[in-house]
Design a protein around this ligand. Structure first.
Ligand code: HEC
Ligand code: HEC
Length: 402
């Protein structure tokens, strides 16, 4: 008597559960498993910002305010017109809406939005920097971005920011008479750098890297912002019915289900920033230089040999604290033409897309994933999705909630 009854009860429960699952998916709802996935993508899952042991002033408010001033400082450029904020506009999610950014010249890549970048392990589309401070000093010496040199950065800080600098980092070196000098500059700047003695080079590098450390302290205050999807998930997790703009439409919810299901987007776009912070080949062609742009595969040697990396003389970390760098994967085959998935927060408001703005609109991004064309070199990780017109529209609607 007992056995059939128990079996019947189990079958009954299963039928009820299946019916409930159907009911939820038809009624602005999600199954428990889907809700759990949604929770992992929402802002409520954002962990506290990890420490950066390579930067002793990473969380110092005085460093952040100096960093904010430097971030907006056009004086740190060859033509007196370019600041970080030229390409990273606060009003535009700290990017510039261009396929290829414009500084003193035209860069080969698209500017990246900066909110939440402090959570990233590797910086730039190809991850050729291992900290925000080391990243920040790159554009200053890039001929197409600020077009400046490190000796000019040090001299400018001595002339205009001596007080806040000394309060944070101690005395400034005497740089009188030192011309524009950099090991990465043009021939004259490289020659000027070579003419300096090792102590002068070290003193300049120290001020240069400290400028980057102040900028990092500012960038660490740029947290991701709450969006409609976060509000929807927060209400659902609390067992409440989402209201106002938190109430996602059935189409937006269906789009989330595709994002986390059939679309396989969460394979790479996961966690509360909707990026796994790793590198993937997704078959995006490079506009100008398809043969020599190897993405992450080229960046590995660059970050490893960078004197401003976590293991270098300007890092405040002990070698044991540089595990990310020491144990990074060096698989060149895997990383051929692989790039970092950007955070998808705010993505609908900042076309064009991809590392050089290769794709103009979000519907075309969805077509790219649906088709999954092979890569021009290396191997694309994508497989074609077979999404219907309705499914593509739903996925687009979901991306717009972010
Ligand atoms: C000329 C435009 C331009 C200027 C000026 C500029 N950037 Fe950028 N920024 C870019 C571009 C383009 C990229 C992507 C470059 C790449 O991956 O090769 C980028 C990437 C970044 C990233 C990486 C974000 C991530 O998620 O990996 C950070 C951080 C950043 N910039 C901060 C700064 C700071 C700080 C300054 C000033 C010192 C600055 N940028 C100046 C255009 C610019
Ligand atoms: C195999 C990993 C992977 C999968 C799966 C994946 N992406 Fe991406 N995504 C990336 C990478 C890497 C980039 C940057 C590629 C580049 O610029 O070369 C990217 C870029 C994007 C961008 C452009 C963002 C920007 O700011 O430029 C959007 C939008 C996007 N993905 C949405 C999706 C959607 C929607 C799906 C599911 C249909 C998806 N992705 C699946 C790895 C992936």
């Amino acid at each position: 008597m007992m056995k059939p009854l128990a079996l019947g009860a189990v079958t009954g429960l299963a039928v009820i559960a299946a019916a409930l699952g159907y009911f939820y998916s038809q009624n602005n709802g999600l199954t428990e498993a889907e809700l759990e996935t949604a929770r992992t993508l929402s802002l409520a899952s954002l962990p506290p910002l990890p420490a950066d042991p390579s930067n002793a002033v990473a969380d110092n408010p005085a460093a952040a305010s100096l960093g904010e001033a430097l971030f907006n400082e056009v004086g740190l450029s060859a033509n007196g017109e370019v600041a970080c904020a030229t390409c990273h506009l606060e009003s535009r999610q700290f990017q510039d809406d261009l396929p290829l950014s414009q500084g003193v010249g035209t860069t080969g890549r698209r500017a990246m939005p900066l909110r939440g970048a402090a959570y990233a392990t590797w910086l730039f589309w190809d991850g050729r920097k291992d900290s925000l401070w080391s990243q920040a000093i790159g554009p200053m010496e890039s001929a197409v971005e600020h077009g400046f040199t490190r000796s000019q950065v040090a001299a400018y800080i001595a002339a205009h920011y001596a007080e806040p600098y000394k309060a944070l980092f101690g005395p400034l070196p005497d740089l009188a008479g030192i011309p524009a000098a950099s090991p990465l500059g043009n021939d004259a700047q490289q020659a000027a750098w070579a003419a300096l003695d090792a102590d002068q080079q070290d003193a300049i590098n120290r001020v240069f890297s400290n400028a980057g450390k102040a900028i990092e302290a500012f960038e660490r205050t740029l947290m991701p912002l709450e969006n409609r999807f976060d509000r929807f998930v927060a209400a659902r997790v609390a067992g409440e019915t989402p209201t106002g703009d938190a109430a996602l439409t059935p189409q937006e919810i269906a789009g989330f289900q595709i994002f986390a299901g059939k679309g396989q987007c969460t394979n790479c776009h996961n966690g509360p920033r909707l990026t796994d912070e790793f590198f993937h080949n997704t078959g995006i062609a490079s506009p100008q230089d398809p043969v020599t742009d190897h993405g992450r595969a080229s960046a590995i040697a660059q970050v490893e040999s960078d004197e401003f990396n976590c293991l270098g003389p300007y890092s405040d970390a002990s070698p044991e604290q540089c595990g990310q760098l020491r144990f990074m994967s060096r698989d060149l085959h895997l990383f051929e033409r692989a790039y970092k998935p950007p955070s998808l927060r705010g993505v609908a408001d900042r076309p064009p897309y991809m590392h050089a703005g290769q794709i103009a609109t979000l519907p075309l991004v969805i077509e790219h994933y649906n088709r999954a064309s092979p890569a021009i070199s290396g191997h694309s990780e994508l497989t074609s999705l077979g999404l219907s017109t309705d499914e593509k529209a739903a996925l687009l609607a979901f991306l717009q909630t972010l």
